[in-house]
Design a protein around this ligand. Structure first.
Ligand code: FEO
Ligand code: CA
Ligand code: CA
Length: 624
């Protein structure tokens, strides 16, 4: 990284710290340039709810497909050939099901995009596989080679991009370009669980090095330009049966292991818990990848706990420490926060290399109007040998169990948790929970059978993200009118959304939300998309629909370039979810018979998860 690049990053963060130091929403409003409406609201012409075979964006904007599944991203990578795909080729190409997108600037109009590849879908990736009568991949037809391709398609990509004449291009020979995969990338175990006997396997008896990452859902970019990626649905990778009375029985059950979604374990024994009972403990962490310095090995940061990590968005606290907010995305799971022991050094990025190994992981308990952060520290309260914890490593490996014992509040699937960089607020995205019973509702999860989700706004006292107690409010209860939703009355018939998932704050401090309704999209009548969501004054809780994905896709990874003139996002799993409810198609979708061939619409190409860049025709900032 050149000095000028680092200074760019530092300038951004120092600006944020200065603003934070001046504290409060009033400060945030005061710094936003332009007219008062620009500080709180947005301006664009909404698109309509609906569903069809392609994407839609607000009038006056362009959508560029920047990266598609299979695009070459390193020198020598072969062109995408879906009928002759190999694991070696896939490991040099953009992976499948892109989710989180992070932007690490390399200077003006040049950046590294850090992109998660969450999971694979055999029946949409390979010809002749198809689905069973429940629409599930015919795993019994998958070959060992195809399982290896899947593992090479998952993980992450770091890709240099540059803008010329308003268009973004991949810099295929970018020196930092790389793929990170489930099968081929070695991670150092870092933090308190390094060397735990519960991480020991045949391949790694010391419990110090782990091959691969999986379930990479959302994430975050740290102030020093590294890339955090959350390992979420790691249970899906495992098959098999634990030996009787095994110590990991409780732990694996709480994590849903084995999830039996892939048959990798038939070809690769580490994914069979009967053969490698500790392998699941090596997944479910936040991983840190030094996007700017590929010589720095990627790490599994165990101090941040093990659960089904959605994302890991961070903010610098008033005293200079890093605060990372994290959701555990499963029904009745919890909201977490990590506060580093040491301060971030904005002048020497190497000084932050081990920052995420030391600090306090806490979990949230919501009361009427207040949030208390409960620390997960071995020996404190119930986190003792009597409850099966012998060390801090045990507390971290079984963070879910520790959180339950501490009395954390079971939430309606916490997905992205987005701190505002300037005003001390934090947006907790709760996607849904159809299992919550009437006698299980509470102030922060106020609806039984919550199929539409909601967004909670935390307020750190005086902008202090390291404080033990916050206040909170519901920003909006999502879903259509009449479903118990709480939209601003100014919200149009297209402005409401269901099942919020990811969030991003744009450079002007405004909140944008993406949705993931899964196979239940028909209940809302619209495909997933991106909405601007007001948070201030008369605009609060008013949604506006900006972008819509094609049939079967989910919207993920919303990310702004720092100048606000490009809005990146992931269109994940096109042609996948709920295609039987799409009347023009009306059946399960496969590689050979897909519901859409977005984005190429070429008869010989399958649908391809892709990363899009949205810009304005006039090149100005989005949403002003
Ligand atoms: Fe991978 Fe919780 O979404
Ligand atoms: Ca998600
Ligand atoms: Ca986010």
């Amino acid at each position: 990284m050149s000095a000028s690049h680092l200074s760019d990053l530092i300038a951004i963060r120092l600006n944020r710290r200065t603003l934070l130091g001046s504290a409060g929403a009033a400060a945030a409003l005061a710094i936003a340039p332009g007219k008062s409406e620009a500080a709180t609201g947005v301006s664009f012409t909404e698109i309509s709810h609906g569903v069809d075979e392609t994407h839609h964006v607000a009038p006056g904007h362009d959508v560029q497909i920047v990266l598609r599944w299979g695009d070459p991203i390193v020198p020598g990578a072969p062109a995408f050939d879906p009928l002759h795909q190999t694991a070696a080729a896939q490991a040099m190409q953009f992976g499948y099901n892109n989710d989180f997108v992070g932007y690490v600037p390399l200077g003006k109009d040049r950046a590294l995009l850090c992109v998660n590849h969450e999971y694979s879908i055999g029946h949409l990736m390979f010809p002749g596989i198809g689905v069973n009568d429940r629409g599930e991949t015919r795993r019994d037809l998958m070959s060992a080679d195809q399982c290896a391709i899947e593992q090479a398609a998952c993980g992450a990509s770091v890709v240099e991009i540059a803008r010329h004449a308003g268009q973004w291009h991949v810099v295929q020979d970018g020196p930092r370009n790389r793929r990170i995969t489930t099968s081929g990338t070695v991670f150092e175990v870092s933090g308190p669980a390094r060397g735990s006997s519960r991480l020991a396997t045949t391949a790694d008896p010391a419990g110090e090095q782990i091959i691969g990452t999986f379930g990479n859902c959302a994430g975050g970019i740290t102030p020093w330009g590294s890339y955090l990626s959350g390992e979420e649905n790691i249970d899906e990778a495992f098959i098999g049966t634990l030996p009787a009375h095994h110590r990991e029985a409780r732990n694996h059950k709480m994590m849903g292991v084995p999830g039996n979604q892939y048959d990798w374990g038939r070809h690769d024994p580490r994914f069979d818990i009967g053969k490698e009972p500790h392998e699941p403990n090596r997944f479910g962490w936040v991983v840190e990848v030094d996007a700017l310095d590929p010589s720095n090995p990627p790490k599994k940061r165990t101090a941040l706990g093990r659960f089904k990590h959605e994302g890991a968005e961070s903010v610098i606290s008033q005293d200079g420490r890093l605060v990372v907010y994290m959701g555990d995305d499963e029904r009745f799971q919890h909201l977490y926060r990590f506060v580093s022991r040491d301060r971030v050094d904005l002048h020497d990025r190497k000084a932050n290399r081990d920052l995420l190994d030391h600090g306090t992981l806490s979990v949230a308990r919501f009361d009427q109007g207040g949030v208390t952060w409960l620390p997960l520290i071995f020996g404190h309260g119930p986190l003792t040998p009597e409850n099966g914890f012998e060390s801090q490593a045990d507390v971290l490996i079984e963070a879910r169990h520790a959180a339950r014992l501490l009395g954390a509040t079971p939430m309606d699937r916490p997905e992205d948790v987005q701190p505002h960089p300037k005003n001390g607020r934090v947006y907790v995205i709760l996607t849904n929970n159809n299992k919550r019973q009437a006698d299980q509702v509470d102030a922060a999860n106020p609806r039984a059978a919550n199929t539409n989700g909601h967004i909670v706004e935390l307020v750190a006292p005086h902008g202090d993200h390291g404080a033990d107690h916050f206040t909170w409010d519901v920003l909006v209860l999502c879903g259509p009118p009449g479903s118990g939703s709480s939209w601003n009355p100014a919200t149009s018939e297209n402005g409401w959304l269901s099942c919020p998932d990811n969030a991003v704050i744009d450079p002007r401090g405004r909140l944008w939300i993406s949705s993931d309704q899964g196979s239940k999209w028909a209940a809302s009548g619209t495909a997933d998309g991106l909405w601007a969501l007001g948070t201030e004054g008369p605009d609060r809780a008013r949604g506006r629909m900006f972008f819509r994905v094609p049939i079967g896709a989910e919207m993920a990874g919303p990310c702004f370039a720092p100048d606000g003139r490009t809005f990146f996002a992931s269109v994940q799993h096109p042609a996948s979810d709920g295609t039987r409810d799409y009347a023009p198609f009306g059946r399960f979708s496969t590689f050979d018979d897909p519901a859409t061939r977005w984005p190429d619409f070429h008869p010989k190409l399958p649908p391809r998860p892709s990363l899009v860049a949205i810009t304005r025709h006039d090149g100005k900032e989005i949403g002003i």
